[in-house]
Design a protein around this ligand. Structure first.
Ligand SMILES: Nc1ncnc2c1ncn2[C@@H]1O[C@H](COP(=O)(O)OP(=O)(O)O)[C@@H](O)[C@H]1O
Ligand SMILES: [Mg+2]
Length: 242
């Protein structure tokens, strides 16, 4: 484990103070107990706000990128990032805050991943395999396998956005491997596939704040189950004619 705790000693300025999960952090904090933590919740519940604030504390550019490189943030932290306190282990401190060239922390958002995949696709020989000879999904993994590997802190915001069903399973496999290698992943997601990773910590964000939960109690899992069983039942509310 690299990062074991986040706390908010004082409420941040502005809009993020009004989010229930942020109020929850101010009152209770959050312990990160497993190498892989998933933040799950409806759109607008505050997942990105919290992931970006953690990226700020780790001095990783909240736009996505790598700590200790020229892409690292030089800008202002987000309001929550300015007040968030992070509890690192000794290894975590070394890997996230240590000498610049030894830092291993990476923040990937869906948009960043897509752009990264596109950008390096043209650079023949830059990666071991020529990405132009691979499908988008394969090229994506060529990049991911390289970037998300070994001991390090990896923050992800909905990495499933561009991925097929099978690629999501593969990403879950990659998470598992990184956890075994001593890495830590904190990932916002809507994916019932990713969150099924055995041994992961799952927290659900919402009006209640933040609560620990399990895969088969997740709202998103229940929604998918019901939808796949009876898609027309859900759709008819959205397809009704005036
Ligand atoms: N820069 C901002 N200014 C004002 N409100 C914001 C800003 N960024 C996010 N919010 C609000 O904070 C809430 C949580 O956003 P976000 O963390 O992006 O949610 P999620 O990632 O869970 O979908 C949303 O209701 C959003 O409208
Ligand atoms: Mg988000």
């Amino acid at each position: 484990m690299l990062l074991t705790r986040i706390d908010v000693p004082e409420l941040p300025d502005g809009w993020s103070a009004g989010l229930a999960p942020v109020a929850h952090l101010a009152e209770h904090g959050l312990s990160l107990t497993r190498p892989v933590t998933f933040l799950v919740g409806e759109n607008g519940s505050g997942k990105s706000t919290i992931i970006e604030a953690i990226a700020d504390v780790c001095r990783i550019n909240a736009e996505g990128g790598k700590a200790g490189t020229k892409y690292a943030s030089t800008g202002e932290p987000t309001p929550l990032g300015a007040v968030l306190r992070a509890g690192f282990t000794a290894t975590g401190l070394r890997l996230v805050k240590g000498p610049r060239l030894k830092r291993r922390a990476f923040f990937m958002r869906a948009e960043t991943l897509f752009n990264l995949g596109q950008r390096v696709s043209g650079l023949y020989g830059y990666w071991e395999s020529d990405l132009t000879e691979q499908s988008h999904g394969e090229g994506f993994f060529t990049v991911l396998d390289r970037m998300v590997s070994g001991p390090g802190l990896y923050l992800m915001d909905e990495p499933e956005a561009a991925l097929s069903f099978h690629s999501c399973l593969r990403l879950a496999g990659l998470f598992h491997r990184v956890a075994q290698e001593g890495g830590q992943i904190i990932c916002a997601t809507h994916s019932p596939i990713l969150t099924s990773l055995p041994g992961a910590q799952i927290v659900e964000l919402g009006e209640h704040g933040i609560r620990a939960t399990e895969w088969d109690k997740l709202q998103v899992v229940d929604d998918w189950r019901r939808f796949l069983a009876k898609p027309d039942f859900y759709l008819r509310y959205f397809l009704e004619e005036d």
